[in-house]
Ligand binder design. Structure first.
Ligand SMILES: [Zn+2]
Length: 196
C-alpha cells in the first residue's frame, strides 16, 4: 500500500508494526471489494426487480434491510464504492499516538477528526490498542468504521450494532443508511466474522 504514510507522535512504530498496519488496510480493501461486487450486482438489477433482489444478498440485507427508495439505495451503493476507492487511491496519513493520548482515553482504537471535504489527505489517528487484537477482521473493521466518519457519517445517540440490525429489519430502515456501524457490519459479514 504505497498510498499510506506514517506520522508518529510520541509513539515509536517498529517496521513490523507499520507492516501490520499496511496489512490491515490491504485486508480492508480486499474485503471491501467483495462488498462492492455484491452491491454493484444488486444495483445493476433492473429497477423494478431490485427490492426483491435484496433478498439474494442476505449479508447486505441484514444491515440495510429492504430499501425501497431508489435514491437511498443509490447513496448506499455510492458509499460502498467510495470506501473501496478511498482505501485504494487516496493518500492516507496514519498518525500514531501513545495510549495516554486523547484518542484512546475512551477506549476507542482509532479516530478521525470529522469530514474533510477539502483535504485530499485522509488522516487516520491510531493508538497502541490497535495491536491488542490480532484478528484481521477486528483491524479491518476499524478502518472501515473510521473512514465512514471521515466521509461525514455520524452516530445517533447510543446506537450500537444490535440497534442497527433492529432498525434495518424494521420499517424505519432509512435510519441505518448513514451510520458507520452499518458499513462496518456489512464488511464484517464479508470478512467471514459477522457481528452477532
Ligand atoms: Zn464511530
Amino acid at each position: 500500500m504505497d498510498n499510506i504514510e506514517f506520522r508518529e507522535r510520541q509513539g515509536d512504530l517498529t517496521a513490523a508494526q507499520r507492516t501490520e498496519i499496511c496489512n490491515a488496510f490491504r485486508f480492508a480493501l480486499r474485503i471491501q471489494r467483495l462488498v462492492e461486487r455484491d452491491m454493484s450486482a444488486l444495483w445493476d438489477t433492473p429497477r423494478q426487480n431490485r427490492v426483491r433482489a435484496i433478498h439474494d444478498y442476505p449479508m447486505l440485507r441484514r444491515w440495510i434491510g429492504v430499501q425501497r427508495k431508489h435514491k437511498r439505495l443509490r447513496r448506499i451503493n455510492r458509499r460502498i464504492r467510495k470506501l473501496r476507492r478511498w482505501i485504494e487511491n487516496r493518500r492516507i496519513l496514519v498518525v500514531f499516538h501513545n495510549n495516554a493520548d486523547f484518542v484512546c482515553r475512551d477506549g476507542r482504537r482509532g479516530a478521525v477528526r470529522g469530514p474533510r471535504y477539502i483535504s485530499p489527505v485522509l488522516r487516520f489517528h491510531m493508538c497502541a490498542r490497535f495491536f491488542a487484537n490480532p484478528a484481521p477482521s477486528r483491524r479491518g473493521d476499524l478502518i472501515i468504521h473510521e473512514l465512514c466518519h471521515e466521509m461525514g457519517m455520524m452516530h445517533a445517540i447510543q446506537d450500537d450494532a444490535s440497534r442497527i440490525l433492529t432498525l434495518a429489519a424494521g420499517r424505519d430502515n432509512k435510519k441505518v443508511t448513514r451510520n458507520p456501524l452499518t458499513y462496518q457490519g456489512i464488511w464484517r459479514e464479508y470478512a467471514g466474522d459477522p457481528i452477532p
